[in-house]
Design a protein around this ligand. Structure first.
Ligand SMILES: NCCCC[C@H](N)C(=O)NCC(=O)O
Length: 573
């Protein structure tokens, strides 16, 4: 047994935070790749001949192996059996392999290749899965979308494995210290990754005036190489720590698969897992539709080409301002002097207001929505710090759910009333998105650091994996449900497209119209339809998830009090 008085790497604050930085930077890069195609859906449709179904099916493939082949469960077992550093390297490599496959699918060299031919003719039907409606491929899906889906499935395994590994790694280095602050900081950087992706993916795709979607994916691949390097450096730090501690955690009670039963028998675990799936299902799937929801409600008018606000350099300036918001807000957590702390916060808040103003002037739904992860960047570490020193994690989960309900109901019932008031509409949208961002800080900052209080250290990896698995079911299901509710409650829009397709088809057949004219008319109607959806019912459905999460939060607080789990207690005593 190692001498517990020995000074180890994690006793040094600098070393602990360097370890965190390595893990968090790797997650920052991974979150950028995760959404790399989301902001360039229109380009995928025009450059690669995909349609919305192909795009949605490819995006949904991310969770496929995790949910239906139980990869996440295996990932948890691998993590608990093999330890953090091995699993970190493995997840980094798996992410990179998946990303390279996706890159190849999108690259110009794929077009006209034998592989494209093969995939066009094959992989149309997966017996069993088609009947269940969960197949990641379908007949008529473009070959590039099929191969991209395969790559994204593999990447999805890697990124979720990385997620649980990083959480486990943070517990290893920070337990009994600033654990929630560390987790909050890691998540803050991940949120910055999402905001970075929203801005830079379209930027790279359109760089220099010629459109290349593969350039965006290549940018993501380079970042994943950097993520792997971060994990390699972390490997050596983690090894050194284990040499110093004699791997005490692992040796005191080696992990057995049967230990998982212990997790499943904990009522606290189930409440946290259910709360997690309900809450995150109302956030991540919403994120995929939010830009379109804003376009439908706010009737934004893009600035004229060539005008100041339409210039690419404004995008870069806005991103730099975003970095100032994040850096000043984050640094304020570490300022010992009160004056300096408040000065940093003021800088951060003023920069946030400037950012919002620019988003309004650019009339860009993407830029307006990019403020969502931004507030989370700013306050997740602050809330993590609060959990470390004051506790109240269960209460924060309840408050986060309440804010979620309020925001989705505002989007559903208040925003549609603002369509004719451009300034009022954007102001309400910003306030609601910022409050949602606050909710998205409250819940993650209190939920993830609570898991180590529910299970023994040797099974933390499996506990995180089980929660992620349950969460992934929601992340797979709810984007589909939102789409279905949206189509079901806006039948006139689908009818409009059907009608124009039929009218133009007849006109072409009768020789009254050229195919080009017909396509232009269909495109014009589709463009108009795309910004005309009424989002009320999908948003009510998401608010209902918030209501269920709210009641689970109340129950969790009661169970915590009865069983003395300590969720309301601070991490640092
Ligand atoms: N697009 C999938 C996102 C996966 C998120 C991951 N399982 C998770 O919950 N991470 C923690 C977080 O708050 O982002």
């Amino acid at each position: 047994m190692a001498n517990s008085n020995l000074k180890t790497l994690r006793d040094s604050a600098a070393m602990r935070w360097i370890a965190l930085l390595l893990l968090a930077l790797a997650m920052f890069c991974s979150y950028i790749f995760m959404d790399i195609l989301s902001p360039i859906k229109d380009l995928m449709l025009s450059q690669r001949g995909w349609d919305s179904t192909a795009f949605g099916t490819m995006q949904g493939a991310e969770t496929f192996l995790n949910v239906f082949v139980f990869f996440l469960i295996f990932a948890g077992i691998i993590l608990d059996k093999m330890g953090v550093r091995f699993t970190a390297l493995l997840s980094g490599a798996v992410m990179l392999v998946g990303a390279l496959i996706k890159y190849y699918a999108i690259a110009d060299t794929f077009i006209g290749s034998d592989i494209e031919k093969w995939f066009t003719e094959n992989l149309n039907y997966i017996p069993g899965l088609d009947e269940l409606g969960v197949s990641p491929f379908y007949k008529g899906m473009p070959a590039s979308a099929k191969v991209a889906a395969i790559g994204f499935m593999i990447f999805g395994c890697g990124v979720e494995m990385a997620g649980i590994t990083v959480s486990r790694g943070i517990v290893k280095w920070f337990k009994g210290r600033e654990m929630a602050l560390a987790m909050g900081s890691e998540m803050a950087l991940a949120r910055l990754g999402v905001a970075t992706c929203m801005i830079f993916s379209p930027f790279f795709a359109k760089l220099g005036g010629n459109v290349s979607v593969s350039r965006s994916v290549a940018f993501g691949v380079v970042l994943l190489m950097i993520a792997l390097i971060m994990f390699i450096v972390y490997f050596f730090m983690d090894k050194k720590l284990d040499e110093q501690t004699g791997e005490a955690e692992e040796k005191d009670g080696p992990f057995k698969v049967s230990d998982i039963g212990q997790i499943l028998s904990s009522s606290g675990f189930w409440l946290v897992a259910l709360l997690c799936v309900l809450y995150y299902s109302a956030i991540f799937p919403f994120q995929k539709y939010a830009v379109n929801m804003l376009q439908c409600n706010l009737h934004l008018t893009t600035p004229e080409k060539g005008s100041f606000w339409a210039d690419d350099s404004v995008t870069i300036v806005q991103y730099v301002i975003m970095l100032i918001v994040a850096a000043a807000g984050f640094a304020s957590n570490f300022m010992k002097k009160k004056d300096l702390k408040y000065a940093m916060l003021v800088v951060s808040i003023i920069s946030l207001l400037v950012y919002c103003y620019m988003g309004y002037m650019r009339q860009s739904a993407e830029a307006i929505f990019a403020v969502f992860p931004l507030l989370a960047v700013l306050i997740t570490p602050i809330l993590g710090n609060y959990v470390d020193h004051k506790g109240k994690a269960a209460s924060m989960l309840i408050l986060g759910s309440l804010l979620l309900i309020a925001c989705h109901l505002t989007f559903a019932f208040v925003l549609p009333l603002c369509g004719n008031s451009p300034v009022g509409g954007v102001v309400i949208a910003y306030i609601t998105i910022l409050v949602l961002g606050a909710s998205f800080s409250l819940v993650p900052a209190s939920l993830w650091p609570s898991v180590p209080k529910l299970v023994e250290p040797k099974i933390i990896g499996s506990a995180y994996a089980l929660i992620f698995w349950i969460q992934n079911i929601g992340l797979w299901l709810f984007p589909l449900l939102i789409g279905k509710v949206l189509e079901g409650t806006n039948p006139e829009l689908a009818a409009k497209i059907k009608a124009i397709k039929e009218t133009t088809k007849h006109a072409v057949e009768a020789g009254n119209m050229t195919i080009q004219e017909a396509n232009a008319q269909v495109a014009a109607v589709s463009e108009n339809v795309a910004v005309s959806y009424n989002y009320t019912w999908p948003l009510v459905m998401l608010a209902a998830l918030g209501v269920a999460a709210f009641f689970l939060g109340l129950l969790l607080k009661a169970v915590d009090k009865k069983k003395g789990i300590g969720l309301e207690e601070p991490n640092i005593k």
